[in-house]
Design a protein. Structure first.
Lengths: 426, 968
C-alpha cells in the first residue's frame, strides 16, 4: 500500500515538473542564449562532457560555444583571455595551483547555495572547495580512489589481515617480509605519484600549513610530518619492504609484480585495474582489495580522492543565470547517469549508478569515507613537482643524501619551481 | 729423537689440555643449556598460566559487570539520561571504550544513540540465540557481551548489552612484562583465528594457524597436531622458526568459547638468562683460556726471547769483542763463501788499515785489488781453489792505504774451513810492516854502527893526529930549546912556538872535552841576566884585533832596538858567537870583509821573550854544498889547499850547533865556495824585569848633548834614554855642538854629559871637544861615540879633552858604565887604571895550593916575575893548615887547585871560609883548575871562592881577576 502511494506521488511529481519544464522551455525558446565554455582541448573531448553538452543543447535550445586551447598553451592563452576581459561563461579547470592565475574570488561565482550541492559526494565537494569552504565549481569529471591495493588472497593464505593503523601496517609489512614476500611494490623508476599520497594528509588536515608553505613562510623541513614521511619511506626501503629491485621497477612492472604475487601491495588507484592491469597473471582483479595508504603521516591511513575538473561560472558574465542553470542541468541525476554511462569512475554525484565502480572501492567504502583526503599535494602546493620529489627520493634511496638533506632538496626544488612560476612570496 | 720429543712435549701437553678444555666446556654447556632451557620453559609456562588466569579474571569481570548492570541497574531505570550517566560513570571507572545495546538483528547502538552493525556475526549466534556471553573481535576493538532480557533504550530494542575495549587496552590486559616485551601474546579461537594480540602495533593476524603454516618451519604433522590440540583444548609447547627466528609457541585454553591463549616468545628471549650465563661463562672461559694460553705462550716466547737475547748478546759481545780486538790490532779478518766468494764478514779495521769501506768490501771483495801495490798480488782466486780443506796458505803482499797513500806489508793467510757444513775461506791479513821496518832498521843500525865505528876510528885517527901535531911541536921545540938554551933569539923563537902549540893543544883538548860533555848530555845552561851591549863590546874587543891583524873589515851592526838586558847563558852565547866570528876571520883571506849583524825578530807570542838573530857574514873561501851538510858533524873539516893551512880541531861548529840546540835555537848556513858564508843563529831570551839603571840616571844626569851628523842616531839615543829622566838635546854638526854647549854654559845650565860622534863633516868630534873644552873648561865629561877603532887617536883625543870612548851602538847601560867612573873621580882614564891593575900584584903574598909540583913551580915563577910572592901547599888540607897557622892578613890571596889529593880545593875553601878569623870570609880565593865549564865555575863560587882561573895559568887573567877582586 505504501509503495503504491509512493509511486503515485512520484508520477504526479514527474508530470508536474515536466509540465514546468516545458513551460519554461517554451519561454526560453524565445530568448535562446549561447554559453561560452573554455577548457583544455583534451578535457573538452571527454565523452561524458560531450554527452552532457549535447543533452543540454537539445534540452534547452541554448548553444554552447566551446573554446578549446591546446593543453600546452592552455594556461597562457586562457590567462590572456581573462586579462583581456574575455572571460567565458563557464570555465573548465582543475582545482590546482594554476587556478590562482584567474583571480578566482573576483571572476567566479561561489556555488555554496546552489540546490544541487548535496548531490555531490563528500570527497568531490571537498575537492572543489577553497580554503574558506566556498564551492568553486561543479566536479563533472571521472574520478578514482588511490589507496593501498593488496592481494587479499595472499594475505588470507598467510593468516594475515589488512592493517587499520600505521603500526599494524608496519607489522604487516614485516610479517610479509619475514615470510618471504615483497610487501610493497614501489616502482621508484619513473613512478612519481607515490609521494603525494603521503603528503596529502599533512596539508589536507591542516590547510594553514599549505597556506604558509605557499606563501614561502615555512618549508618542508619545518614540518615534522614531512620528515617523518621521508624517514618512513627510507626505513621501509632499507628494511626491504620495497623488494630487491624497486629502484629499477617502473610503471610497466607494476602489473606483473602485483599480478604474479611477487609483491603483495601497491599504492595505486582503482581505475588502474581497469586500464593497465593485465589480468592474465596468477592473480586477477578479484584477488585484490583496498586498504588505506600508510606513510607515517596519518595513523589510520589515507586515500587520495581524484583530481577533478570543475565547471566554474563567470559571476560577472551576462549569462550568469543561464550558466547556473547549465550546472543545475548537469547535476540532474538522469542527465549525469546518461553522461557517465559505462564510464569507470568513482562517484562524484551520489546518485551515479550507470558508471562502473570498482568492488574494491565499494567494499572499502566506509574506510574511504573516513580516511579519504583531497589530492592536495600535487595540485595545490605551489612549485610541487612529482618528478623533483622523486629525484630527491632517488638520491636518498641511492644513499647519496640522508633524510634531512632529502627534505632540503625537496624544498630547493619546490622553491626553484615556484620562482620559475613567479609565485608571490618566492 | 729423545731430545726432539722432550722439546715437543710442552706442545703435546698444551694440545691435550686445550682439547680436554674444549670437550669439558662442550659437555658442560650442553648440560647447562638443557637445564636452563627446561627451567626457562617451565618459567614461560608458569608466566602464561598466570596471564591466562589474569585474562580469565578480566573476562569474568567484564561479563560480571554486564550481568550486574543487566540484572540490577538498567531494568530499574526508566530515564535514558539516568542510564547514560550511570554507564558513563562506570566507563570512566572501568576503562572500557564503549557501551552497546545490541539487537538480535546484529545492529547495535551506543549509549549516545549511535547505531552501527556488529562485525562478529559468528559470535552473534552464541550470544543472541544460545544466550551465552561472548567475547568477540571487532575491527579496532574487542567486545564483551552478555544476553539480557529484551529491553529498549532510546527507541532501540535490544537483546544483549556489551562493552568494548580498544585493542590497545586489551593488549595491555594480556601484556607480559617479562621477556623484555619481546613476547607476543594472542587470544585465538580454536580454529586459529585471532581475537586479539599484544603485538606492538596491533593485530594483523587473521588466522595464526595459517600464519604458522605459511611463515614457520612446522611441517603438516606438527600443524595438524597443533590444530587438534587447540580443538581439543589441550595445552602445549613447541618450537619453530619464523622469519629465521626460533620461537617457543605456548598455548593454553582460556576456558571460554574455545579461546586459547597463545604466546610466541623468541627462543633467545626465553633462554636469555641461560644465554647470558652461557655467554658470560664462555667469555670468561675464553678469556681464562686465552690468558692461560697467552701466559704459556708468553712464557715460552719470553724464555725463547731471553735465550735468543742471551745468545744475541753473547754473539754481539763476541762480535763487539772481536771488533774491538780487530780494531786494536793491525790484522784484517775476512770470511768468504767458498762457492761464490761472497763476503760473509770483514773486520771494521779495514777502513783504518786500507782506507776502504767495509760495505765496499762486502759488495765485492775484488775492491781490495785496487789497494794492492803490486797488481799481481791480490787474493789469488786460483790459489784459493787449490787450498785443501782444513789447510792454509800464506802470501806476503804490499797494500797501499787508499786515503793516506801509505804502503804497508801484510802477510795474507788463507784458511780453507768447513763451518756448519758450509765451506768458507777465512783470510787474515797480518800487518808485517813493523817487522819489515825493524829488519830494515836493524840493517840500517848495522850500517850506522859500522859507520860509527868507522867514524870513531877516523875520530881517533884525527885525534891522535891532531893531538900529536902540537905535542910533537912542543916536544921537538923543547929538545931544541934545551940544545940552544944559550941562544936568546932561538930560546925566544922556540918558547914562542912551544907556547903557540901548547895553546892549540889546550884549545883542542878543551874542545874535545866540551864536545864530549855536550854529547853525553851533561852540559847545562847557566842562565842569568846579562847586558847584550856588554857582550857585543867584549866580542868587539876580542875579535876586532884578530880581524885587524888580517887587515879585514870588521863591522858591527845592530838593527832595530834590541833590549839591553836579556836573560840567558852569556858564556855559551859568547862561545857560539866567538866560534862563528873567529871562523869567519879564520876562513876569510886578508883584506876580506866580515860583518856581524844583530837584529831583533818580531815576536808576537809574548812580551816576556825576545828573539834575536845573530848573523855572521863573510866573503871568505865559502864551502861546498856537500860540506855544508856535514859542517856540524864533529871533526868535519873541508879539505882544501886553503883549509889545510888553517889550524882547527873540527869540533867548533859541532859544539856551536849543539849549544844552539841546547838553547832552543836554530843555526843555518848559506855558502858557496869562493863567495863567502853566512851563518845565522836565532835564539830566544827571557826579558828581565826593569833594572835600576834608570834610577842611576835620574839621580846623576839631567841633561846631555848629542852631536852626530846622522840624525837617526841622535833620535835613537833620545829614544833609548827615554824613561831615564835625562833630557837629550842633539845637534847634527860640531859647530852647533859648540854653540849649544857654550850657550848652556853661559846660561849657567851646563850639560852634564856631551856625546860627540868622531867623524863628522867640517869639524870632527875631537876638534869639537877641543873647542868646547877651551870655552867651558874641563868639568863637563865629553865622550866620543864611534864604530871605529879609536886606539890610534886615543892619545890625541885625550889631549883634546875627551874623557872616554864609547862603541856604537849606543846602549844606556854601557853609557852608564862609562860614566860611572867619570862621575866618581872626574877625569880618570883607562890607561892609569890599567897601570894600577898592573901594580896590584906587586908585593902581594899568595897562598897557592897545587899538587902538581911542576905547575906549582911555574905559578911561583910567574908571580915572582910580577913582583909577588907565593907560598905553596901540596893539597887542600895543607893549604887550610897554612892559612890557619898564618896571622890574619898575612896572605893577600889564595890560589886553589880544585882536584888535589887528601882534600880538594872546594872542601879546603869551605873550611877556610868556616874559620872564625876576620880574613877568613874576605880573603880572595880563586879556583885554579883545568875544568873550565860553567858548572865548574858555579861549583867554585858555591864553595866560597871569588874567582876562577883556567889552567894553565894565564898571567893576564890572574892580573885581571886580582884587579877586580882588589877593586871590590
Amino acid at each position: 500500500m505504501k509503495k503504491l502511494c509512493f509511486s503515485i506521488i512520484i508520477i504526479a511529481a514527474i508530470f508536474f515538473l515536466t509540465s514546468c519544464s516545458v513551460i519554461e522551455l517554451l519561454s526560453k525558446n524565445s530568448e535562446r542564449v549561447t554559453l561560452t565554455i573554455m577548457g583544455r582541448k583534451s578535457d573538452v573531448k571527454k565523452s561524458y562532457l560531450n554527452s552532457i553538452f549535447e543533452q543540454y543543447e537539445k534540452s534547452t535550445g541554448n548553444k554552447l560555444d566551446i573554446i578549446a586551447f591546446e593543453d600546452a598553451e592552455f594556461e597562457e592563452r586562457a590567462a590572456k583571455k581573462f586579462s583581456d576581459g574575455e572571460i567565458p561563461d563557464i570555465f573548465l579547470h582543475f582545482h590546482n595551483a594554476d587556478l590562482s592565475r584567474y583571480n578566482v574570488s573576483n571572476n567566479f561565482y561561489f556555488l555554496n547555495d546552489e540546490p544541487w550541492i548535496n548531490e555531490l559526494t563528500d570527497s568531490a565537494a571537498a575537492y572543489c572547495k577553497d580554503s574558506h569552504g566556498n564551492l568553486l565549481g561543479m566536479p563533472f569529471w571521472e574520478s578514482s580512489v588511490s589507496g593501498c591495493y593488496y592481494n587479499k588472497t595472499i594475505l588470507d593464505s598467510l593468516g594475515l589481515k589488512p592493517a587499520s593503523t600505521q603500526a599494524e601496517f608496519d607489522v604487516l609489512c614485516q610479517a610479509l617480509a619475514d615470510i618471504g614476500y615483497n610487501p610493497i611494490c614501489w616502482p621508484a623508476n619513473g613512478c612519481t605519484w607515490m609521494f603525494q599520497f603521503g603528503l596529502d594528509p599533512i596539508f589536507a588536515d591542516n590547510p594553514s600549513l599549505l597556506e604558509s608553505l605557499n606563501k614561502n613562510e615555512i618549508s618542508y623541513s619545518d614540518i615534522p610530518e614531512v620528515r617523518n614521511m621521508v624517514k618512513w619511506i627510507s626505513d621501509a626501503a632499507d628494511k626491504g619492504w620495497f623488494g630487491p629491485n624497486y629502484l629499477e621497477n617502473g610503471w610497466s612492472d607494476i602489473s606483473y609484480n602485483i599480478g604474479s604475487g611477487n609483491y603483495v601491495m601497491t599504492f595505486i588507484w582503482d581505475t588502474w585495474f581497469y586500464t593497465d592491469f593485465e589480468n592474465d597473471n596468477k592473480y586477477g582483479i578479484d584477488d585484490f582489495a583496498l586498504m588505506p595508504i600508510f606513510m607515517n603521516t596519518a595513523n589510520n591511513g589515507t586515500y587520495e580522492g581524484g583530481n577533478l575538473n570543475m565547471m566554474m561560472i563567470n559571476k560577472n558574465g551576462e549569462n550568469l543565470q543561464e550558466a547556473l542553470e547549465f550546472l543545475k542541468f548537469c547535476a540532474d541525476e538522469k542527465n549525469y547517469n546518461i553522461a557517465f554511462d559505462s564510464i569507470a569512475t568513482v562517484n562524484c554525484f551520489k546518485g551515479q549508478t550507470t558508471n562502473i565502480q570498482s568492488p574494491m572501492v565499494t567494499n572499502a567504502a566506509s574506510s574511504i569515507e573516513e580516511n579519504e583526503r583531497v589530492s592536495v599535494a600535487a595540485s595545490r602546493i605551489i612549485g610541487y613537482s612529482a618528478d623533483d620529489v622523486s629525484d630527491a627520493f632517488n638520491k636518498l634511496f641511492c644513499k647519496k643524501t640522508d633524510v634531512l638533506t632529502c627534505v632540503h632538496l625537496m624544498d630547493d626544488y619546490r622553491i626553484k619551481e615556484a620562482k620559475k612560476y613567479g609565485a608571490d612570496g618566492f | 729423537m729423545k731430545k726432539r720429543f722432550i722439546r715437543l712435549l710442552p706442545l703435546f701437553l698444551m694440545c691435550i689440555v686445550g682439547i680436554s678444555a674444549v670437550l669439558i666446556s662442550f659437555v658442560y654447556f650442553d648440560f647447562i643449556s638443557k637445564r636452563i632451557y627446561e627451567d626457562s620453559t617451565d618459567h614461560l609456562e608458569e608466566i602464561y598460566a598466570q596471564v591466562n588466569r589474569s585474562f580469565g579474571a578480566f573476562v569474568e569481570r567484564n561479563w560480571g559487570l554486564l550481568n550486574s548492570w543487566a540484572n540490577y541497574f538498567i531494568p530499574t531505570r526508566q530515564q535514558y539520561e539516568e542510564i547514560s550517566d550511570f554507564i558513563k560513570n562506570e566507563q570512566s571507572y572501568w576503562g572500557f571504550s564503549e557501551f552497546y545495546f545490541i539487537s538480535d538483528d546484529n545492529t547495535c547502538m551506543t549509549i549516545d544513540g549511535i547505531k552501527s552493525n556488529m562485525d562478529s556475526e559468528t559470535s552473534w549466534n552464541t550470544l543472541v540465540h544460545r544466550k551465552n556471553p561472548i567475547m568477540a573481535a571487532e575491527t579496532l576493538s574487542t567486545i564483551f557481551a552478555v544476553p539480557v532480557k529484551h529491553g529498549e533504550y532510546n527507541g532501540f530494542g535490544y537483546d544483549a548489552i556489551a562493552i568494548s575495549y580498544t585493542n590497545e587496552d586489551m593488549a595491555n590486559s594480556l601484556n607480559v612484562d617479562a621477556f623484555s616485551g619481546k613476547a607476543k601474546c594472542f587470544v585465538i579461537h580454536n580454529d586459529g583465528s585471532v581475537l586479539l594480540s599484544t603485538q606492538v602495533g596491533g593485530n594483523v593476524f587473521s588466522s595464526y594457524l595459517m600464519y604458522l603454516k605459511a611463515a614457520s618451519n612446522l611441517d603438516e604433522h606438527s600443524l595438524s597436531k597443533l590444530s587438534k590440540d587447540w580443538i581439543n583444548g589441550k595445552s602445549g609447547l613447541l618450537q619453530c622458526k619464523i622469519g629465521g627466528v626460533s620461537y617457543c609457541i605456548l598455548y593454553q585454553p582460556i576456558g571460554y568459547q574455545d579461546y586459547i591463549l597463545l604466546s610466541a616468545v623468541p627462543q633467545n628471549v626465553v633462554s636469555a638468562g641461560f644465554l647470558s650465563v652461557q655467554k658470560t661463562t664462555i667469555n670468561v672461559s675464553i678469556v681464562l683460556f686465552f690468558m692461560i694460553f697467552a701466559s704459556i705462550i708468553a712464557f715460552f716466547i719470553l724464555r725463547g726471547k731471553k735465550q735468543s737475547q742471551k745468545n744475541k748478546m753473547e754473539l754481539q759481545y763476541r762480535e763487539r769483542m772481536f771488533d774491538v780486538l780487530s780494531n786494536n790490532v793491525d790484522d784484517i779478518f775476512l770470511m768468504l763463501d767458498a762457492k761464490n766468494h761472497n763476503v760473509d764478514y770483514v773486520s771494521p779495521n779495514i777502513e783504518r788499515l786500507l782506507g776502504i769501506q767495509v760495505e765496499e768490501v762486502r759488495e765485492n771483495v775484488r775492491i781490495m785489488e785496487k789497494c794492492a801495490v803490486n797488481a799481481n798480488i791480490v787474493i789469488p782466486e786460483k790459489e784459493l781453489e787449490s787450498i785443501p780443506l782444513n789447510k792454509n796458505k800464506y802470501w806476503e803482499c804490499e797494500y797501499m792505504h787508499q786515503s793516506t797513500g801509505e804502503c804497508r806489508w801484510y802477510r795474507m793467510i788463507i784458511y780453507h774451513m768447513n763451518i756448519q757444513d758450509v765451506r768458507k775461506y777465512v783470510i787474515i791479513l797480518s800487518d808485517r810492516t813493523h817487522e819489515r821496518r825493524m829488519n830494515q832498521n836493524l840493517q840500517d843500525a848495522l850500517t850506522a854502527a859500522r859507520s860509527a865505528n868507522e867514524a870513531k876510528s877516523n875520530f881517533l885517527s884525527n885525534m891522535s893526529h891532531d893531538i900529536r901535531t902540537p905535542m910533537n911541536a912542543i916536544v921537538g921545540f923543547s929538545v931544541l930549546l934545551d940544545k940552544n938554551a944559550e941562544n936568546v933569539d932561538k930560546v925566544k923563537e922556540y918558547t914562542h912556538k912551544i907556547k903557540t902549540s901548547s895553546h892549540h893543544l889546550l884549545s883542542l883538548i878543551n874542545d874535545i872535552l866540551d864536545m864530549s860533555k855536550i854529547e853525553s848530555g851533561k852540559t847545562s845552561l847557566n842562565t842569568d841576566c846579562f847586558s847584550l851591549p856588554e857582550l857585543l863590546e867584549e866580542l868587539n874587543i876580542i875579535l876586532m884585533p884578530q880581524a885587524k891583524a888580517k887587515s879585514q873589515s870588521f863591522k858591527f851592526h845592530v838593527n832595530g832596538t834590541p833590549p839591553e838586558k836579556i836573560v840567558g847563558d852569556k858564556l855559551r852565547l859568547n862561545q857560539i858567537l866567538i866560534n862563528l866570528l873567529s871562523n869567519a876571520i879564520k876562513y876569510t883571506p886578508e883584506g876580506g870583509e866580515i860583518e856581524f849583524l844583530v837584529s831583533e825578530l818580531p815576536n808576537n807570542s809574548s812580551n816576556q821573550y825576545v828573539k834575536l838573530r845573530f848573523a855572521v857574514i863573510d866573503n871568505g873561501i865559502g864551502m861546498s854544498e856537500e860540506f855544508q851538510k856535514n859542517i856540524f858533524n864533529p871533526f868535519s873539516r873541508e879539505i882544501s889547499s886553503v883549509t889545510n893551512k888553517i889550524q882547527g880541531t873540527g869540533l867548533g861548529m859541532a859544539i856551536t850547533k849543539n849549544l844552539v840546540d841546547l838553547m832552543g835555537g836554530i843555526i843555518q848556513v848559506e855558502s858557496r865556495p869562493g863567495n863567502g858564508s853566512k851563518f845565522t843563529v836565532e835564539l830566544s831570551f827571557v826579558l828581565p824585569e826593569q833594572e835600576a839603571s834608570e834610577l842611576w840616571f835620574h839621580q846623576r844626569v839631567n841633561k846631555m848633548l848629542v852631536a852626530d851628523d846622522e840624525e837617526d842616531i841622535c833620535l835613537y839615543i833620545q829614544e833609548m834614554m827615554h824613561g831615564t829622566g835625562v833630557n837629550v838635546s842633539y845637534v847634527t854638526n860640531g859647530s852647533a855642538a859648540v854653540e849649544t854647549a857654550v850657550n848652556a854654559h853661559n846660561d849657567g845650565e851646563d850639560f852634564q854629559v856631551i856625546l860627540l860622534d868622531w867623524k863628522m863633516p867640517e869639524i870632527d868630534g875631537i876638534e869639537t871637544a877641543r873647542i868646547i873644552r877651551k870655552k867651558i873648561g874641563a868639568n863637563v865629561p865629553i865622550l866620543v861615540l864611534t864604530s871605529y877603532d879609536w886606539s890610534e887617536i886615543e892619545e890625541e883625543a885625550r889631549q883634546a879633552g875627551i874623557n872616554a870612548f864609547m862603541s856604537k851602538p849606543f846602549f844606556p847601560s854601557t853609557f852608564k858604565q862609562i860614566l860611572e867612573p867619570l862621575f866618581l873621580d872626574g877625569s880618570a882614564n883607562n890607561k892609569e887604571q890599567q897601570n894600577k891593575n898592573e901594580s896590584v900584584l906587586k908585593g902581594l903574598l899568595f897562598l897557592a895550593a897545587e899538587d902538581n909540583e911542576l905547575n906549582a913551580e911555574i905559578l911561583k915563577e910567574v908571580l915572582s916575575m910580577e913582583g909577588a910572592d907565593c907560598e905553596l901547599a901540596a893539597n887542600g888540607l895543607e893549604a887550610v893548615e897554612m892559612f890557619k897557622k898564618s896571622k890574619p892578613g898575612y896572605y893577600d890571596m889564595i890560589l886553589m887547585d880544585v882536584q888535589m889529593p887528601v882534600m880538594n880545593g872546594y872542601e879546603a875553601t869551605r873550611q877556610i871560609r868556616a874559620f872564625e878569623r876576620p880574613d877568613a870570609k874576605t880573603i880572595p880565593i880563586a879556583a885554579m883548575t883545568a875544568n873550565t865549564f860553567a858548572e865548574d865555575v858555579r861549583n867554585a863560587m858555591d864553595a866560597g871562592m871569588n874567582g876562577h882561573l883556567a889552567k894553565p895559568i894565564n898571567l893576564d887573567a890572574v892580573r885581571d881577576l886580582i884587579g877586580k877582586l882588589i877593586n871590590k
